[in-house]
Write a protein that binds this ligand. Structure first.
Ligand SMILES: *[C@@H]1O[C@H](CO)[C@@H](O)[C@H](O)[C@H]1NC(C)=O
Ligand SMILES: *[C@@H]1O[C@H](CO)[C@@H](O)[C@H](O)[C@H]1NC(C)=O
Length: 316
């Protein structure tokens, strides 16, 4: 019996690996021409990620794994600095912690959010990019190596700060440069924009002329609270890359050869619109299931097949 113990432990470890207890890898990439300070808020009751906030220089990326069933949100803080007393703060996306890590605090609106619920209903990961709390930075979420009907990229990859209506525009302290764009709810605090009070159901809360500006520019992102149908995406067994300021031309190359975009899925960016200073004409998003993206999930697949073969062999 004693000599069987190592084998037993080995098998138990394999079982653990294959029973869905496989972590998800997040890669956060900064393709902006400036430093971004990502913030992370885990949902209540889930084990947190190893970090809740850090600096990401132009061109840098950071990789970490999330535990099973993790849920929470990522956003980018911009124009951050530390004052003479050592207090850290940001012009957009600030979490109010006074330091680099957000330690349980969320983003002050307006901020573009990438929201995740891993291993939810049906074992699927649910994710979206939301402009419900406004917009501050272009963000793209790309599933890597996942499967499923609407396992596709989502995000808001255009610069809405320039195109923001003046009533919603947040400008830098120094002057007129737009640094963020408020949601109508944030700007006007009225129930029809916030989907609250008499407007707290999908039937009563309709898109507003303001939310439609967001939706037209970023058809896959949430533009108001009940925008679920065109804005919630699902994947099984994916890892995720979250990119700040994705370059349209690069992303287009990365997504070529993908034919499995569900026809019901809206384009990632609205290429019938014209954006200042950017040639975005041919850039419509499609899923990025890189064939070389063999992550932890592929390994788990190989392991489970091995276990299955071993079990079968035991029967005879
Ligand atoms: C794209 O923009 C055009 C022009 O503003 C608009 O008519 C159309 O509905 C938009 N498409 C989507 C998918 O939002
Ligand atoms: C993705 O799938 C979910 C679950 O089936 C569905 O609720 C949602 O509408 C789909 N999203 C899109 C953009 O097709």
């Amino acid at each position: 019996m004693a000599q069987l113990m190592p084998l037993l432990i080995f098998v138990l470890t394999l079982e653990q690996l294959t029973s869905g207890a496989v972590s998800t890898t997040f890669t956060i990439v900064n393709k902006c021409e400036y430093t971004v300070w990502p913030g992370i808020l885990s949902n209540a009751g889930v084990s947190p990620l190893p970090t809740t906030g850090f600096a990401l220089q132009k061109g840098e990326s950071k990789v970490f794994t999330a535990p099973t069933s993790w849920g929470g949100r990522f956003w980018g803080r911009t124009h951050c600095s530390q004052d003479s007393a050592g207090k850290f703060s940001c012009v957009t996306g600030d979490c109010g912690s006074g330091k680099l890590e957000c330690v349980g605090s969320g983003a002050t609106p307006p901020a573009t959010l990438a929201e995740f619920t891993l291993d939810g209903a049906g074992g699927l990961d649910f994710f979206d990019v939301s402009l419900v709390d406004g917009y501050n930075i272009p963000m793209l979420v790309e599933p890597q190596g996942g499967t499923g009907q609407n396992c596709t990229s989502t995000g808001c990859v255009v610069d809405l700060n320039g195109a923001c209506p003046s009533e919603l525009k947040v400008t830098s302290v120094e002057g007129s440069e737009g640094v963020a764009c408020k949601s109508a709810c944030e700007a006007f605090r009225q129930p029809q924009y916030c989907c609250s009070g008499a407007y707290a159901t999908p039937d009563t809360c309709k898109p507003s002329s303001y939310s439609q500006i967001f939706k037209k520019a970023c058809p896959r992102a949430y533009s108001y609270a009940y925008d679920d149908k065109t804005s919630t995406f699902t994947c099984a067994s994916a890892d995720y890359t979250i990119t700040f300021c994705p370059s349209p031309s690069t992303s287009q190359k990365a997504s070529q050869g993908q034919q499995n975009t569900p026809s019901t899925s809206p384009p990632l960016i609205n290429n019938t619109m014209v954006y200042e200073g950017a040639a975005l004409d041919d850039f419509s998003g499609s899923p990025s299931t890189c064939p070389h993206a063999f992550g932890s999930h592929a390994l788990a697949g190989v392991v489970s097949i091995t276990v299955a073969i071993w079990r079968l062999w035991q029967l005879f």
